[in-house]
Ligand binder design. Sequence first.
Ligand code: ADP
Ligand code: MG
Length: 376
Amino acid sequence: MSFTDLHLIEPLLIALEKNKYTIPSPIQMQCIPHILNGKDIFGCAQTGTGKTAAFALPILQLLESKKNPEVARKVKTLVLAPTRELASQISDKFREYGKNLTFRHTVIFGGVSQTKQVAALTRGIDIVIATPGRLLDLMQQGIVNLDAVEYLVLDEADRMLDMGFIHDVKKILAKLPVKKQTMFFTATSPANITKLAATILKNPIHVNADPISSAPRKVSQKLYYVQRPNKTALLTHILKSGHVPHVLVFTRTKRGADRVAKQLNSIRIKAEAIHGNKSQGQRERALQGFKDKSIGVLVATDIASRGIDISKLSHVINYDLPEVAETYVHRIGRTGRAGESGEAISFCCAEETEYLRDIQKLTGNKMEIISKHPFA
Ligand code: ADP
Ligand code: MG
């Protein structure tokens, strides 16, 4: 399938060609026809799936096809994004995709003087990309009028909620015309997100797209920076917190697995190591103990862990980061199975920062850094 097959207009196709886009991404294939058809969208997709073009291209096309001098230079499209970086990136994309069209767009975010933003708005603007706080501020000052909005996009809605923007978002939404087309994008869909989506979308089309090499959707990923000699102490600290009663711990080497298990047992945390040097019987006993939860901690190398089927694993800990980034994805894929949520905790020492970079490149940097711990 090509962009031409999606019935995009020439000015957009030329811009895409300039950008060297040849094949639409899955989320673009799924969204573009529906948006052109006037449908609301609930899109669940991670970073790097090409969401911006999925909504920006059809919106530009709709604006072009319905060009109406009466609403020229009034805000007809509003895009809300959680951070200034994201808002700026979306704005850049509107510039690229829309460069053979005549629409004006501007980006609005806090932390800078509002003077330029106000000037752009008063000159007249078709498309506004904004973070919620500053936009609401400008609305309350009477500087921005959203009465003519026809297209609304909420990008990275889950992050907007996580960042505490829910009240601002709701206040903005309350000021928009009831009749509009809404596109809602989120990387995760916990209850508060589906609830919010239900209140603002009308018969939405649901689309899903995971980047090929991505972490499973429901796994939260945490990262602890720690010096190598303190890793076991940090592991003990986490296990003793009681939040992680049942966990698969990955080490890079067999020796490492044995050492970690031994140290845990010495402080009366029940742990077993499994790796290629253990007999079949030993491995089966360890695995059985872990499955029936008489053993809380299973320490394994990647090879030994292959094919182990433990359902509903709530936690994995990467005591050592893997050298190959894809291995990280496989490891954390062991949690959060079958719709259950999971947590992957990774330790990174100075010698492992290169592995970390590769992992973040592959997975789109989804890790939350935990800086408050006794071994930071
Ligand atoms: P998301 O919002 O899902 O994180 P973006 O819209 O930012 O994704 O797109 C991610 C990257 O992929 C951008 O650099 C964008 O230019 C590029 N991209 C998007 N769609 C295509 C495509 N169809 N072909 C090639 N590159 C694309
Ligand atoms: Mg995006």
